[in-house]
Design a protein around this ligand. Structure first.
Ligand SMILES: C[C@H](N)C(=O)N[C@@H](Cc1c[nH]cn1)C(=O)O
Ligand SMILES: [Zn+2]
Ligand SMILES: [Zn+2]
Length: 493
């Protein structure tokens, strides 16, 4: 396919996408309306309903769809819940075409209007060109953008430039439970003919400039439980004479990080891969507007003042965040109670070459040491319910070349090559189990507010993101075929 005919083809595709914006937004509205929160047990049925909707959407594209049952899982309180099935979809089997597997998730983080949303989180609402709703950017919007791009080829009756495979799950926000086992089981079958894997579940570094992501941090999630007895107590009747679990817990949580952001767990930085001079130079070249990032974040000041320090602490060093305390009174008003059992929740983002089992040991030893100094008779329990490893790709891979070209075509500029501080647990699993090349191709902007109130994707990013995916299909197809023709010629000669 020549460059000019490709451009004419792209024009036709882009015109179709522009003309069908309303349909694509209607689909996103329908998906956002499903409260597919994988974190709260009572909403599990909504996640299951969402998986069925996604399966129907893929089937309507003409894909073969399998819903793979992953069984059930047990919550810390003993409750057993069904895991939502994972969708494995396939469309096209042309031996001339490369096979691109797309991964996305259709579960979301919890959201309530009272959390401070300006509109109902489950009613997609357009304000000033932004589409607000839980899951709009993380990750329903990007999943639909990929589907819209495939749909465009189908609607225009164009030959598909690639064979498609889909892995769509409903438990990413809860740690992709059951997925690793599925990948191992399907490695020699579903994944055997996959050439490339694309994930679009993260954000650009800036509000306007597109990016390509070649690395992400992992995550080790911890529960630290302190219990004094089986029932909550009146703080007037018992306050002052007992060791309160919440005070023990606050002391434990306070021991984790100092006020400069440095993690206080002995040994935690020991295995972190050293930052090379080359890397530092790379970071110097990245366009990163600290003030824009501060405004997106909504804080007065960061812990660090230079671009290099901020990028290193987001991408290359571990960070520890405290997420909440289960069992502590948190409603408005006053309740003069001493909670009997409290569970602190925190996580440590992982970077190369940290080892999850070593991290777990270091955390347990540290917390037990701090606790023993308090001479508390309470019961301490530390667990690591979830561990995901970091991921790092080779930017010289064909995937990156194709995506870079597609970004240039659609957005008219070269992307930032970035890493991401957050975690897509499956990225590293894909890489280690299938040994295929993996790329993250985000379409969401830095101010999209993943996991936050007023999450959004802009209409512009959703529609141009759809075009980007369509352009990427054409580019990877061309590059893959060129590569294979060259290697075929070399074999003959
Ligand atoms: C980047 C992705 N959209 C996301 O939000 N991932 C979650 C996954 C996770 C990690 N630990 C527990 N869940 C995240 O990075 O927080
Ligand atoms: Zn996500
Ligand atoms: Zn998320």
């Amino acid at each position: 396919m020549s460059r000019s005919s490709s451009s004419a083809l792209e024009m036709e595709i882009f015109q179709y996408i522009d003309a069908h914006q309303s349909d694509f937004i209607k689909d996103l509205k329908e998906w956002v309306a499903v409260e597919s929160d994988s974190v709260q047990p009572h909403l599990r049925k909504e996640v299951i309903r969402m998986m069925a909707l996604a399966a129907d959407r893929l089937a309507a594209l003409g894909a073969t769809v399998h819903l793979v049952n992953l069984g059930s899982h047990q919550l810390p309180d003993g409750q057993v819940l069904p895991l939502p099935s994972v969708i494995l979809g396939e469309l096209g089997k042309d031996p001339q075409n490369p096979t691109v597997c797309f991964y996305g998730h259709v579960d979301v983080q919890p959201a309530k209007k009272e959390d401070g949303w300006n509109s109902d989180p489950y009613t997609l609402t357009e304000i000033d060109g932004n589409l607000y709703g839980r899951g709009a950017t993380d990750n329903k919007g990007p999943v639909l953008a990929w589907i819209n791009a495939v749909e465009t080829f189908r609607a225009l009756k164009l030959a598909m430039p690639v064979n498609f495979k889909f892995v769509i799950e409903g438990m990413e926000e809860a740690g992709s439970l059951g997925l690793e086992k599925l990948l191992e089981e399907e490695n020699q079958s579903f994944f055997s003919d996959v050439d490339y894997i694309v994930i679009s579940d993260n954000l650009w570094l800036s509000n306007k400039k597109p990016a390509l992501t070649y690395g992400s941090r992992g995550n080790a999630c911890f529960f630290v439980e302190v219990e004094c007895g089986s029932k909550d107590l009146h703080s007037g009747t018992f306050g002052g004479i007992i060791h309160e679990p919440l005070l023990d817990l606050i002391a434990l949580l306070d021991s984790l990080v100092d006020s400069t952001g440095r993690i206080q767990i002995p040994g935690i930085y020991d295995s972190v891969a050293a930052v090379t001079e080359e890397e530092r130079k790379l970071y110097e070249l990245i366009e990163f507007d600290l003030e824009e990032h501060r405004i997106n974040c909504g804080v007065k000041k960061f812990l660090y003042s230079t671009k290099e320090e901020i990028l290193l602490h987001l991408w290359r060093y571990p960070s520890l965040s405290v997420h909440g305390i289960e069992g502590a009174f948190h409603e408005p008003g006053i309740k003069t109670v001493i909670p009997a059992k409290v569970i602190g929740k925190f996580s440590i983002r992982q970077v190369p070459h940290m080892d999850l089992s070593v991290v777990k040991k270091q955390v347990v030893e540290h917390l037990e040491g701090v606790f023993s100094k308090r001479n508390s008779p309470n019961k301490l329990k530390v667990s690591m319910p979830l561990g995901a490893k970091p991921w790092l790709a080779d930017v010289n891979d064909l995937l990156y070349k194709a995506a870079r070209r597609a970004i240039k075509t659609v957005f008219g500029e070269d992307p930032d090559f970035i890493r991401d501080g957050s975690t897509v647990p499956i990225a590293r699993m894909f890489q280690s189990i299938t040994q295929k090349s993996v790329m993250m191709l985000p379409i969401g902007a830095a101010d999209d507010g993943e996991h936050s109130q007023n999450e959004k994707i802009s209409r512009h990013n959703y529609i141009e993101g759809t075009k980007l995916f369509a352009a990427f299909f054409l580019e990877i197809s061309k590059l893959h075929q060129t590569l294979h023709e060259t290697s075929h010629r070399e074999t003959i000669n």
